[in-house]
Design a protein around this ligand. Structure first.
Ligand code: ADP
Ligand code: MG
Length: 316
């Protein structure tokens, strides 16, 4: 039983007043005449998401950024957050750096941290985030329509390369340049969800999900929620050339923690999406199409292939 089966079997609480409950990147509740409130939470745990040696500044940044990502993918503007933190001991130097990082992220995305909870325990950081979404442009996982183009907002795979680099075969390890190593580390430590791009394009988008578990697994969530299928050309997926030269496509597609957006868009908006990606300096691309047939078909340079693994899951 993986994380998703667990949620389906035990945590699938029913809701009466929420407009959207369990099953998307954020829940939606009524807010005002023209807007919904999107609410979500995400946790980072020591030993799993980070280690004793992790830089507290970046941990602060990342703990908020992964939450921002879930609001962005709903087409929302993040507004307020609550921070719940458990700490093993009182290391004020660590805490000072951590808060500096979280404040930097809050400033970039214009978020107010309005409360939280502090406890002693294994280091763990949980953030609950709230944002507003225009009721006209809510982006759900369930909105994909056959014929939609599938786009990703930026290159994927850097974070996965960073945290899997030590388990690669020596020949692959050797081929990673220092520049790529540095870039992968930066992307892993400091994810930057594309808020401004999604705010500008949300009226063109039919469905969206944030890439937290890897493109392959997250795409499957859109397909399941929308009862559709997809055809993907792997060579079109934007990723550093190292992945392609070393046949490490699956690492880029299944590793996770990209915090970019996977979205489906009607063909008529193709040029607009392309231009707006450029405007926001994003290396996004169209990677395939939504199909009626409820299955996923991957091809590499036009030749059908099967992936050997799917996205990341806890307890998977
Ligand atoms: P994401 O990867 O976008 O953060 P998750 O995969 O963690 O989303 O969760 C999928 C869905 O299940 C979300 O709608 C989330 O709110 C819900 N969910 C996850 N864990 C629980 C839980 N313990 N109780 C209730 N709902 C949950
Ligand atoms: Mg998500």
């Amino acid at each position: 039983m993986n994380e998703f089966d667990l949620i389906k079997k035990y945590f699938n609480f029913t809701s009466n007043h929420a407009l959207l409950g369990i099953g998307d990147d954020a829940a939606l509740i009524p807010f005002n005449k023209n807007e919904f409130m999107a609410i979500s939470m995400d946790t980072l745990n020591i030993g799993h998401h980070f280690t004793e040696d992790s830089d507290p500044y970046y941990l602060g940044w990342k703990s908020l950024a992964v939450n921002v990502s879930d609001i962005v993918s709903m087409g929302g503007q993040p507004r307020y957050a609550l921070l719940s933190i458990s700490l093993k001991n009182l290391d004020v130097n660590w805490i000072g750096k951590f808060t500096k990082g979280i404040k930097a992220c809050a400033k970039k995305y214009n978020i107010e941290i309005i409360g939280g909870d502090t406890n002693k325990g294994s280091t763990s950081i949980s953030i609950a985030i709230m944002g507003n979404v225009s009721s006209k442009n809510v982006l759900k996982r369930s909105g994909a329509i056959p014929g939609d183009e599938i786009w990703v907002t930026n290159e994927v795979g850097y974070a996965a390369l960073h945290f899997n680099q030590h388990s690669l075969l020596p020949k692959y390890k050797k081929s990673i340049s220092n520049c790529l190593k540095k870039r992968s580390q930066e992307e892993f430590l400091k994810p930057q969800p594309p808020l401004e791009f999604i705010q500008e394009t949300k009226s063109l988008i039919n469905s969206a999900i944030d890439l937290s578990d890897g493109l392959a697994g997250d795409l499957q969530h859109i397909l399941n929620s929308s009862s559709v299928g997809a055809k993907i050309e792997i060579n079109e997926i934007p990723m550093h050339k190292w992945f392609k030269e070393n046949n490490q496509y699956e690492l880029a597609m299944c590793g996770g923690e990209d915090y970019q957006i996977l979205m489906t868009v009607p063909h008529k908006h193709h040029n607009k999406i392309q231009n707006l990606l450029k405007k926001h300096s994003l290396k996004g691309a169209m990677i395939g199409k939504i199909t009626k047939d409820k299955k996923i078909e991957y091809s590499l340079h036009g030749k059908k292939i099967k992936l050997s693994k799917e996205g990341f899951t806890h307890f998977g």
